[in-house]
Every structure is written in structure tokens, then in C-alpha cells.
Design a protein around this ligand. Structure first.
Ligand code: AMP
Ligand code: MG
Length: 327
């Protein structure tokens, strides 16, 4: 756990630095390079730290260096190496590519999985995004850590109208059998996170992707109607959604498949850390049919379809409603 916390803390600081220094300047030019720099730099950093601490363990990461090795990307690669170099002195374009490619593993009986920036669109918009790292052993997620640099830990800890975005950001950590814990990314003390006790579907706060292309808003409307949910669903990017659910600031979370990509397979790095964060906070997470998430199928959750997560109390009602509406 110490390794995972340290790696996510460092990667979160790095991506936040890229955001502060590059995003504002780039937006005027409609330039996606900051997210490219942050994404690759964070995966390189985590690959390098894994080399140091667990050299034998495979890493299933979202990125690989193929595109970066082309001449057109040479300048970007130099910028990535400079950012990584702030944490790892002596980082070079070549070593950075090698550390990134640590993440090309297929999986294994024991593997780590990383999404260096989950919610890249949120990162670019200045909304929510997350650094997500998890350890999977024999198909069971044993630990998961989320760094959410734009998520205010005071919002998670309160029940009132505190602002969601801002502050020092949040670190969320869960280990199997040991609960889910949250702390500020500035190093404040961990406090325990628990899902809500809400049992009335009409009062459920529903969490969904901000990006309409990543979900099915029509079907979410049908689900809301079938359950009698009164509040409008909250859209936010990344596994920050799982942090909200785990801390009791949401009650239900759905990933419904877009009609444009009905065969979309969830990626392990998008679900592994978030799933244990929800479970260890007392919640429940399965796919849309109520099957357990299967982390043994390689880089995707090929044996599952979509995701339903909840505080536990609302789960069966949501599963029944999803079956009714044919989601
Ligand atoms: P979210 O922030 O909930 O929109 O989820 C972000 C993740 O959605 C990204 O990390 C992508 O891996 C994943 N994603 C990309 N395309 C799709 C899609 N068509 N349907 C569902 N998820 C997607
Ligand atoms: Mg992602």
C-alpha cells in the first residue's frame, strides 16, 4: 500500500503541475498536447517506480509509446522527459518510453493496472479526472488508489453544499478487508469513507459520465423514471464518481452502453481501483446484469457489460429496473 500511495501521490502532483503550467496556455490554441504530456509522463513515472519496488510484477496500463517514438512527436517526448525528470533526475526520452511500455503487459495471476489520467476530457475542461492504480491477484482486486487532484476532500467529508472542485485534491485508498480511506493530497490524515444509508430509490443521487458519448442518456432517463428518482443525475468524469459513491455523496452509479458503441468493453484500468474503493466502503459493484466484474479476461472486462455500482441498499431495485428497460 505504501508503494501505491506514494506512486499515486507523485503522479497526481505531476499531472496537476502539467495542468497548471500548460493547459491554460494550450486551450487558446485548441491544443491537446498538455493531456498527452500529462498522460504519458504519469504512466512513465509509475512504470519507473514499479521497476524499483516490484520489478517482477506486470503492469497493465492504458498507454504505450508507439506514437511517441515517431519523429512528429519528438518535441512532445522531450517535454514529457522534462516533467518526469523533476521526480526522476536523469530521465531521458528513451528511458521514458521504456517505463511507459512497462504498461503493455497482457495481465497475469498478479498484476498492477494504471490509468495515468482517467477522464482526459475532464482534465482538459478543468473538471474531474483521476490517477488510478490497482493491484489484482488471482482476479481479485486487492488494493486500489485514486488520486483526484480536482476533487475537494472537504466536499467528500461533508453532507452540505461545499464545492466539489478545488482544494488540495483527494487521495482515496482501499485495501481488501481494511476499508476505504480518504485524505487530502496535501498530506492530511486519512479518514474512513462509508457509502450512504439511503434506501428510497426516489431519493437516490445518480452518478453518470459527463461525456454523453460514454453512456446512454436516453436509457438513463428511462432508469430514472423506472426507479422514480426525483433528482437530476450528476455527470462527472473519471473514477472520481466512485469516490463520491464511496463517501456517501452519491447512491447509484451506472455505466450504460452508448447506442453508438453497444459492444464497448470496459477497460481494467477504468474499473479496478474504483471497484475496490466502492466495495470497501460498504457498496456493491457488478455489471448491468448483476455479474461480478471479471478482472481475469486480459486488458478488458470481456465477460461483462457496463457497470452498476451502488450503496448496496439500492442495488437490487436498480438491477430490476435495468432489466425492465432492457439496458
Ligand atoms: P467517464 O469519465 O465516465 O466518461 O469514463 C472515462 C473512460 O471512459 C475513459 O477512460 C475511456 O476509457 C472510457 N470510454 C471511452 N469510450 C467509451 C465509450 N464509448 N463508452 C464507455 N466508456 C468509454
Ligand atoms: Mg480511463
Amino acid at each position: 500500500m505504501k508503494f501505491a500511495l506514494d506512486a499515486v501521490r507523485k503522479a497526481s502532483a505531476l499531472v496537476k503541475a502539467v495542468q497548471t503550467e500548460l493547459v491554460a496556455a494550450a486551450l487558446t490554441k485548441d491544443d491537446r498536447s498538455p493531456v498527452t504530456v500529462a498522460d504519458y509522463a504519469a504512466q512513465a513515472l509509475i512504470g519507473r517506480l514499479l521497476d524499483e519496488h516490484f520489478p517482477e510484477d506486470p503492469l497493465v496500463g492504458e498507454e504505450d509509446s508507439t506514437a511517441l517514438r515517431t519523429p512528429e512527436q519528438a518535441e512532445i517526448l522531450v517535454r514529457i522527459a522534462a516533467f518526469v525528470g523533476r521526480e526522476i533526475p536523469g530521465a531521458t526520452p528513451e528511458s521514458v518510453c521504456r517505463w511507459i511500455d512497462r504498461g503493455s503487459a497482457v495481465s497475469g495471476a498478479r498484476y498492477w493496472t494504471v490509468d495515468p489520467i482517467d477522464g482526459t476530457k475532464g482534465f482538459v475542461r478543468g473538471d474531474q479526472y483521476a490517477v488510478a492504480l490497482a493491484l489484482v491477484v488471482d482476479g481479485v482486486v486487492q488494493l486500489g488508489v485514486l488520486g483526484c487532484p480536482n476533487l475537494d476532500v472537504d466536499y467528500l467529508r461533508s453532507e452540505g453544499s461545499a464545492e466539489m472542485t478545488g482544494g488540495a485534491g483527494t487521495l482515496v485508498a482501499a485495501a481488501r478487508g481494511e476499508g476505504t480511506w480518504i485524505a487530502g493530497l496535501d498530506g492530511d490524515a486519512f479518514t474512513r469513507a462509508r457509502v450512504s444509508e439511503r434506501t428510497d430509490p426516489a431519493r437516490a443521487r445518480l452518478l453518470r459520465s459527463f461525456e454523453t458519448a460514454h453512456t446512454n442518456t436516453g436509457k438513463i432517463g428511462e432508469l430514472v423514471e423506472a426507479l422514480g428518482v426525483t433528482a437530476a443525475p450528476v455527470g462527472l468524469d473519471s473514477q472520481a464518481k466512485y469516490a463520491l459513491l464511496a463517501a456517501g455523496r452519491g447512491d447509484l452509479l451506472v455505466r450504460l452502453l452508448s447506442s453508438r458503441q453497444p459492444d464497448y468493453l470496459e477497460k481494467v484500468w477504468d474499473q479496478a481501483a474504483g471497484s475496490i474503493v466502492v466495495e470497501e466502503a460498504g457498496g456493491r459493484i457488478e455489471d448491468l446484469h448483476g455479474s461480478p466484474l471479471d478482472f481475469t479476461a486480459g486488458r478488458t472486462l470481456a465477460n461483462n457489460r457496463g457497470v452498476l455500482a451502488s450503496n448496496g441498499h439500492l442495488h437490487n431495485a436498480a438491477l430490476a429496473a435495468l432489466a425492465d428497460i432492457g439496458a
